[in-house]
Design a protein around this ligand. Structure first.
Ligand code: GLC
Length: 578
């Protein structure tokens, strides 16, 4: 064989060998891209706020978009990734904006569409996404659609709502706000018929069986995606899709409608998110997430939240562990959102009466603290007796749960509530920025809603300016915790297990993702506890705390960890850094 041919063949061979070894290397390292890493909601910290209570820029007493825009740097520095913005469209505000009178505008009290556009632009510059609260289940009774529907039987909007000529037998069943709301079917003189409303009577339900309503819902979703939002916190999902005529208490549901929303939203904007409000039982979750994860991307884990509060109240963690396990299996890319408090009451409706009474006793003993025969209308700090260690433990826990953490404005400061205000407004008081008049919230003489101005939660003591300067403040603690959360992408992406550590008051969770592991331990008891975390054979030799400057070495197959009363710790396995 001539030398040139030999050389040519050798080159060919070595080339083949090179590619072969490359392929085997790639396969061996399993470096195939993980689609989950593309999904921004898997590891993102969401901050919920209302424009009206955040910051007033023009001195009229109500917060506005310009005020909020000015505080984006505060939110950026706190480390949050997304804002969940409460409803801000035109509304009579009888349910604080959850009674929408025009889906396509900005309530003039909060600013102009230009102010909104500027806010969106500046948020993007700060790398903060905006998730918009969208109320599709019902409109305000002041919405032009309802006005036409009730006055004219032949109006094209008549069939946009749910009517009955006769009073349905279950007219006083299935109320979302029992105790306050008296009925779900109300007679309307103008319409000479009863209309259905799952919530207050000024919130008539839209009829989603009507294709025109479904089309309009898509218009609304498309419109706001075009304005730059990254997704929607979809309000009251089980009620959008229910069929009231099949019974107000146990109605049938049109689950396919959620797939329709998802398909539409995703076609318009590939990475747009649907975060659903659906307080349902674990066996129904698959209907909301979809068998293949093709319905809602994420939902608040209301079910686990109730057992979380039961655990905080009693120190008994077992029911919470069970709730986490019962809600563990999620299809496809679906993921839970975890929270402590939100803008509503804590709903304890799924606990047994005995369990609920224990939570009431600990966190809402007075009647005025309870609401809708099932919940508590207080902020976290007053409920936990303003005990700093306990507050830290509770928030550290939320950041460590298997899902997306959602925090509530003012909780990073330890703000309180005002039980003199009606229903859920108690936990929606203006943000406390400084110790100046009206907490730096507004320059007006009188803010639109009272600011907490007395006692241990008054703005004179609890405000962002003071906490910014104090390295030991809850604000700085929260910012640090968010940083630690972000250094643990295993939480959003990995598999998790509850680790048995031999102490019933302690919850330990371990996450594994692509050969990396983290573990978090939380002590729900006020007493100090010693726990033993089993080391996983051969691999776990050392664990490194991400909170304290310490490292633990396994002895006899366990790590011995001491936890203070309400103590907590986060560990990385094998190394102090990822
Ligand atoms: C959801 C909201 C609540 C509102 C209700 C009616 O439950 O969280 O604040 O009142 O829907 O829109």
């Amino acid at each position: 064989m001539p030398l040139t041919t030999k050389l040519f063949l050798m080159k060919r061979l070595s080339c083949c060998f090179f590619f072969f070894s490359l392929i085997t290397q790639v396969l061996a390292q399993n470096t195939a891209p993980d689609i989950n890493e593309e999904l921004w909601y898997k590891n993102c910290v969401i901050y919920s706020l209302e424009v009206g209570t955040f910051r007033d820029s023009n001195g009229d007493g109500t917060g506005d978009f310009e005020g909020l825009t000015g505080q984006l740097s505060y939110l950026d520095a706190l480390g949050i990734d997304a804002i969940w913005l409460a409803p801000f469209q035109s509304s009579p505000k009888l349910d604080d904006g959850y009674d929408v009178a025009n889906y396509y505008d900005v309530d003039p009290q909060y600013g102009s569409p230009g102010d909104f556009a500027e806010f969106m632009y500046q948020a993007r510059k700060h790398n903060i996404r905006v998730i918009m609260d969208l109320v599709l289940n019902h409109t305000s009774d002041q919405h032009p659609w309802f006005k036409q529907a009730r006055t004219d039987k032949n109006s094209r909007y008549r069939n946009w709502y749910v009517w009955s000529e006769e009073r349905p037998q279950d007219w006083n069943k299935g109320m979302a706000f029992p105790g306050v709301q008296k009925e779900t079917w109300t007679y309307d003189k103008k319409a000479s018929a009863y209309y259905f409303h799952r919530f207050y009577k000024f919130q008539p339900d839209l009829n989603f069986e009507n294709p025109d309503v479904r089309n309009e819902a898509q218009r609304i979703l498309g419109f706001w995606l075009n304005q730059g939002v990254s997704g929607f916190r979809l309000d009251a999902v089980p009620f959008i899709i229910d069929l009231p005529k099949t019974g107000a208490e146990k109605p049938e549901h049109m689950y396919e409608l959620i797939s329709e929303f998802r398909r539409f939203v995703q076609w318009r904007q590939g990475d747009a998110l649907i975060l659903g409000e659906a307080n349902v039982m674990p066996d129904e979750n698959k209907e909301y997430f979809g068998e293949n994860g093709d319905r809602m991307h994420t939902m608040f884990n209301f079910y686990a939240n109730q057992y979380l509060f039961y655990g905080l109240a009693t120190g008994e963690v077992e029911p919470f562990k069970k709730a986490l396990t019962d809600t563990k299996k999620n299809p496809g890319t679906a993921q839970w959102a975890y929270f402590l408090r939100n803008h509503d009451e804590i709903d304890l409706g799924r606990l047994t009466e005995e369990q609920r009474n224990k939570v009431y006793q600990a966190f809402g003993p007075e009647e005025n603290m309870q609401l809708y025969d099932r919940g508590i209308r207080r902020r976290l700090a007053p409920m936990l007796g303003n005990n700093r260690q306990r507050l830290e433990m509770a928030y550290s826990l939320v950041f460590s749960l298997p899902g997306t953490p959602v925090i509530r404005y003012g909780d990073e400061l330890g703000m309180g509530d005002d039980l003199r205000l009606p229903e859920r407004i108690a936990v929606r008081t203006p943000m406390q920025w400084t110790n100046e008049k009206n907490a730096g919230f507004t320059a007006a003489e009188k803010p639109f809603r009272p600011i907490i101005s007395e006692g241990e939660f008054g703005y004179q003591k609890i405000n962002a300016a003071a906490e910014r300067q104090d390295p030991h403040s809850l604000l700085n603690w929260t910012a640090n915790m968010i940083r630690i959360r972000k250094e643990c992408p295993e939480i959003g992406l990995g598999d998790w297990q509850i680790v048995e550590v031999g102490v019933p008051e302690v919850l330990a969770i371990r996450y594994n993702y692509q050969g990396k592991s983290v573990m978090m331990v939380h002590n729900f008891s006020k007493e100090p506890k010693q726990i033993q975390i089993p080391a996983q054979a051969n691999t776990d030799k050392e664990i490194f705390s991400l909170i304290k400057n310490n490292k633990l070495t396994a002895a006899n197959g366990v790590f011995k960890v001491s936890l203070a009363g309400y103590g907590y710790n986060w560990f990385r396995v094998g190394s102090a850094i990822r």
